[in-house]
Unconditional design. Sequence first.
Length: 296
Amino acid sequence: MAGCRRLSGAGAREVLGGAEGVLFDCDGVLWTGERAVPGAAELLERLGRSGKAALFVSNNSRRSVAELERRFCRLGFRGVRAEQVFSSALCSALFLRQRLLPAAPGPVFVLGGEGLRGELRQAGLRLVGEEGDEPPGCAAAAVLVGYDDQFTFAKLSQACAYLRDPQCLLVATDPDPWHPLSDGQRTPGTGSLTAAVETASGRKAMVVGKPNTYMFECIVERFGVDPSRMLMVGDRLETDILFGKNCGLDTVLTLTGVSRLEEAEAYMASDSPAAKDLVPNYYVDSIADLIPGLDE
């Protein structure tokens, strides 16, 4: 059973010593807003020098992988390559490509921004509104719900119209209900928009991002990693830590983001088996606490 044990010193050396690599969430783990978490860049450099893989799994569907790669560079993370980054936008595009191609179906109706739309185009998928020869009322092969700060009643109605066709897939990039803002406020997340579409359409979405395992399946396909020798580090119990549990990974909660230690302790004290799955194996105040585990 997960123990929610503080990880430092000799414990960190023991855990990291046997690991082939580490999966990191990004927002709230490596950076908060436009500021890198102190020590995060050094940790990634130490992992690289130790021959351990660093891979990145983000539920953020606003940015393309290319944009995320540039953000790593801008915030001082050197040497991070696009192939190491698995976003919910990228993985949603890969999922839809698997499900829809090569049958040359109708286009995808997207609730989301340009970063998400760009990943779909890169995967060879057509998008509603971007094919000049589409006849009026053309059916969509799928409705994809991502983070959309321009969400409207008209978009909701259009999504529901497509979803009246039982062959039209309903897919969501991630289940995050909200995201923290720098001033302490919250903004609705993809999970909130997905709930609106599900309620209005009477359909249930297939969710690609954490805590579902599809992102990890993409990682295994690309890198062939062994889950028993990988760690998952994240800041959100209900997505990052549950994702690690679902994928068979040891998990580390960092307290620089959304979830608090008291929440993990409450889940650990619960009699609910589902609550136990949200308890991390370890926790750290910041991922900088992992650096001593990689002493050179």
